[in-house]
Write a protein that binds this ligand. Structure first.
Ligand code: NAI
Ligand code: MG
Length: 355
């Protein structure tokens, strides 16, 4: 049986914890496929109990697991703590320790939710279904040298270095090509090759790799144009691959197209298991404990885990369809602004009925 390190965390993480358990049980009952949820402390709750946002035992258990499933950390109670005693410190350390270099962000908007998008309904009348892959371990965020230096004349200069190795680009891009093969066989690589050497290397590596994927239609786009096209016509994209900083910005831009953070899942994967699954949203303190949190991001994250870590694309697909069917009924949590607003538990139960 697969072992999942289960880190519900803070705020609505506690509301959504029950949803994950319900789905686990239903999947076992319906498909005879089971995974064990090993609940572990992280974030604010772990600071309160152990004085550490990522207790050593939590990390040790995560590394021994087949997958890590986290909901959200943080809250006002810990906002004034020193940096190393803040909930996010635990999450950042976890991501780094698992060495997950590819962040996968599906941007999915149901055709029943087009009223939520910041775009005109006509632009997204069929909904949205694109995936952004962001490289997570190199680029401007990690390149050396970095720092703020004082020059001989007393003025200061600040330096960050954008650096990419062909090895990283290649293993990252390969995930994009493989994903494209499983979807519409269309891949867009986003860079700034007219200005940056990093991007020229990026393009060269991606072009070379594309020879092994003759069926995939590959396009290159400069990042400024990609940002523009994302607003004009997001449905022209299927799978997008891009480096760390560009991916950070483009994935937040794409989230606005969907209109509620409660809809967006993510997966972060690396060379070795375990991979990390988490909804994109945070702990939403203002709605925590009120049975108001939208469970869709969590349900879609379970689907990603089934697909990418447990090779159960069939169950993942059924889960996504059950959510779609439920939305078609005109019901949803408050953030979805549907005809009928229902609570977290009630919505989750409707999805389970439709599974
Ligand atoms: P947030 O994602 O928690 O909330 C932003 C807005 O979206 C709020 O209006 C919230 O009510 C709404 N929202 C979020 N998830 C929702 C859901 N499932 N259903 C319905 N509405 C939802 O981001 P915010 O407010 O910036 O941060 C709150 C806390 O969460 C902070 O302590 C922050 O550090 C932490 N955080 C944690 C993250 C993580 O664990 N990965 C990511 C982002 C923030
Ligand atoms: Mg961001």
């Amino acid at each position: 049986m697969y072992k999942v390190a289960f880190l519900p965390g803070d705020g609505i993480g506690q509301d959504l914890k029950e949803v994950v358990k319900l789905f686990r049980d239903k999947i076992e009952e319906k498909y005879g496929f089971s995974f064990e949820l090993n609940e572990l402390p992280i974030g604010g709750k772990a600071i309160d109990s152990f004085g550490d946002p990522l207790p050593p035992d939590t990390l040790k258990e995560c590394k021994k697991s087949d997958a890590v499933f986290l909901i959200a950390v943080g809250g006002p109670k810990w906002d004034n703590n020193p940096p190393n005693l803040r909930p996010e410190a635990g999450l950042l350390k976890l991501r780094k320790s698992l060495n997950v270099f590819c962040n996968i962000r599906p941007i999915k908007l149901s055709k029943h939710l087009t009223h939520l998008s910041c775009l005109k309904c006509e632009t997204v009348d069929k909904g949205l279904d694109i995936i952004i892959l962001r490289e997570l371990t190199e680029g401007l965020y990690f390149g050396e040298p970095r720092g703020i230096y004082t020059q001989p004349d007393g003025s200061k200069v600040a330096i960050n270095t954008m650096s990419y190795s062909s090895t990283t680009i290649e293993k990252f891009a390969k995930i994009g090509f493989d994903l494209a093969m499983s979807r519409k066989k269309s891949l867009t690589s986003v860079d700034k090759a007219n200005v940056l050497e990093n991007s020229r290397l990026w393009r060269e590596v991606v072009e070379n790799l594309s020879k092994s994927y003759p069926e995939v239609k590959l396009d290159h786009l400069y990042v400024d144009n990609a940002a523009l096209q994302m607003i004009y016509n997001p449905n022209q994209f299927d799978v997008i691959i891009t480096e760390n900083l560009f991916g950070d910005i483009l994935s937040d831009e794409a989230a606005a197209l969907v209109g509620s953070l409660g809809l967006l899942p993510s997966a972060s994967i690396g060379d070795n298991k375990p991979f990390l699954y988490e909804p994109v949203h945070g702990s939403a303190p203002s709605i925590a404990g009120k049975n108001m949190a939208n469970p869709i991001a969590t349900i879609f994250s379970i689907a990603l885990m089934l697909r990418l870590s447990f090779e159960r694309n069939d169950i993942a697909f059924d889960l996504e369809n059950a959510v779609e069917k439920t939305l078609e009924m005109g019901i949803g949590t408050a953030d979805l602004k549907m005809k009928n607003t229902i609570g977290t538990r009630e919505f989750a139960n409707e999805v389970l009925k439709n599974l």
